[in-house]
Design a protein around this ligand. Structure first.
Ligand code: PEP
Ligand code: MN
Length: 297
């Protein structure tokens, strides 16, 4: 194995034959593209913020207003959700078509672009009408027919890493988008599953090493989601800052006005004031260490 590519499971041959489009052409090769006025892979570090789930119109409008005023670039929130358990109640239930409509209202009212998850191809028109970036959730990272259908829309696509997948398999999923002639692909690390984490409720471990590892082999931008990875609010700030230090090209954060009463994953969102403080800290850090900015001057 060549010293330039010490990745454990990626060979020089893979770069040529398995993911020729995702592989870097030379050492300095970095994808740069603009999504709804926001540059990826350049000197800005886009921030995606919002609730886990688009719970109500009131919630998503309030979050949009607050995160936008703090400097977030994209509003996140799931209307179609891969909920871990099938039992639904008033709080723990997808808002689906309504949720997409409320995201559209928030986008229009606060002039903020949207990233939201697509779960099934039959909703592709509905979701891609509103989404500026289509999110492929970690559970669907290997749903190749869904990824191919999304790629054909030519919408930017963010692929969350499956919590059990290697970098090699993740790049294979990205290649499914690129091979359709869609070059706007973003990777997102959201924690991997390991037998022993640091808290009984912490299901995942943030794999920050995958940021420099990915950058050795691919030109695609890589976002980190410390909210899903830690599953624990008190650790989100330090892991978000560590992600910037590791070279992340974007950060996804769960933000909720009343985190403890979030309908889904109430242990992980931060509130508005924590978010407002964190975005300033991330901006200072990224300016200091890699001359990249988050907040406009
Ligand atoms: C999410 O971002 O809302 C989500 C469900 O994430 P993941 O697919 O990483 O679990
Ligand atoms: Mn979630």
């Amino acid at each position: 194995m060549d010293n330039k590519f010490p990745g454990k499971d990626i060979s020089e041959e893979d770069l040529k034959s398995k993911f020729p489009l995702a592989a870097k052409k030379d050492q300095n090769h970095r994808s740069k593209f603009i999504v709804s006025g926001v540059e990826f892979g350049g000197n800005t570090i886009p921030i995606f913020a919002g609730p886990n789930m688009v719970e109500s119109k009131e919630l998503i409008l309030d979050v949009a207003k607050n995160i936008k005023s703090s400097g977030a670039h994209f509003l996140r929130g799931g209307a179609f959700k891969p909920l871990t358990f099938p039992y639904r109640n008033v709080k723990y239930n997808e808002t689906r078509e309504d949720g997409i409509k409320w995201l559209a209202e928030a986008k229009e009212k606060y002039n903020i672009p949207i990233i939201t998850e697509i779960m099934e191809e039959k909703y592709l028109d509905l979701v891609s009408n509103v989404a500026d970036i289509l999110q492929i959730g970690s559970r669907n990272m290997q749903n190749y027919p869904l990824i191919t259908a999304c790629a054909k829309t030519k919408k930017p696509i963010m692929i969350k890493r499956h919590y059990g997948s290697s970098l090699r398999d993740w790049l294979g999923a990205a290649e499914y988008v690129l091979v359709e002639g869609n070059e706007k692909v973003i990777l997102c690390e959201r924690g991997v599953s390991v037998p022993h984490t640091h808290r009984s409720t912490s299901r995942f471990l943030l794999d920050l090493q995958v940021v420099p590892a990915a950058k050795e082999v691919t030109h695609l931008p890589i976002v980190v989601d410390p909210s899903h990875a830690t599953f624990w609010r008190p650790w989100v700030r330090s892991m978000a800052l560590a992600s910037i230090a590791a070279g992340a090209d974007g950060i996804m954060l769960e933000v909720h006005p009343d985190p403890e009463n979030s309908a889904v994953d109430p242990l992980q969102p931060i509130d508005y004031s924590e978010f407002n403080k964190l975005i300033v800290e991330m901006n200072i850090l990224s300016n200091q260490i890699n001359n990249r900015k988050i907040l406009s001057d």
